[in-house]
Design a protein around this ligand. Structure first.
Ligand SMILES: Cc1cc2nc3c(=O)[nH]c(=O)nc-3n(C[C@H](O)[C@H](O)[C@H](O)COP(=O)(O)O)c2cc1C
Length: 223
């Protein structure tokens, strides 16, 4: 697939077939994605590929904590609520997803169910947990590098027929992920990427998010 076609065709996948992903395929994806650029070629990333029992324990731990009302705790500070246009776009994608899923605004039970799926990493067969070394804090530039790696990973996966969703919810209880994935204490957990073969019958997978017109985000100077 041409790059321009690939980047536009990829979309987040939130429903997966219960089909294991061969380790060799993940290895190939990582071999490709690690060519992402990084600040001064520091390549500050670690990728912990989790499946099977440990991933089930993470799902269970996340679910228990969220149901108990344990406040989310990530390894880095983050603004928890968006405002203005960012909030509008956040609501926009949620509306698209809830519409196709037939989840009504006032259907609290199904809304909660959807949120809990997110904490379970959408029951994907594999989770890639991305971390960076703690000593790099304040780590904005390394976090930027992990973003570049994330995009490369999801594109390389898509090229191989694998779906994925970059999943902030999955690491909102970072202590749970750390415990069950055996993440060393000297690494900070940035994000996880849920990955697997897309379930074509899962309607949320049909959602195509939108992008702003370029003239809203670009200024050309000196042309
Ligand atoms: C850092 C980051 C965190 C995300 N966390 C979640 C998440 O927790 N749950 C979810 O359903 N989607 C999550 N997403 C996916 C975004 O909602 C999605 O990328 C966006 O709506 C654009 O849609 P697309 O990926 O289909 O192009 C996340 C994406 C990024 C980049």
């Amino acid at each position: 697939m041409e790059f321009s076609e690939l980047i536009k065709a990829r979309k987040s996948i939130r429903g997966y077939l219960p089909k294991p992903v061969p380790r060799e395929v993940i290895e190939e994806i990582i071999e490709v994605a690690k060519w992402a650029p990084s600040s001064m070629n520091t390549q500050p990333w670690h990728v912990h590929v989790v499946t099977g029992e440990p991933l089930e324990r993470i799902r269970q731990g996340n679910t228990e904590n969220m149901l108990k009302g344990v406040p989310p705790k990530r390894d880095f500070p983050m603004k928890e609520s968006y405002e203005g246009i960012h909030r509008e776009r956040q609501v926009g994608i949620a509306v698209q997803l809830f519409d196709v899923m037939g989840i009504a605004r006032d259907d609290k039970a199904r809304r909660t169910d959807w949120v809990m799926r997110g904490f379970r990493q959408f029951d994907a067969p594999v989770s890639l947990v991305l971390t960076y070394d703690k000593y790099l804090e304040p780590a904005a530039i390394s976090q930027f590098d992990l973003g570049a790696l994330s995009h490369a990973l999801v594109l390389a996966a898509w090229e191989r027929g694998l779906g994925s969703v970059i999943n902030g919810q999955g690491i909102m209880q970072s202590a749970v992920v750390r415990e069950h994935a055996g993440i060393p204490d000297d690494q900070n957990i940035m994000i996880c990427i849920a990955m697997g073969y897309p379930d074509e019958d899962f309607v949320a997978n049909s959602v195509k998010s939108v992008r702003e017109d370029s003239d809203k985000l670009v200024r050309y100077v000196g042309f």
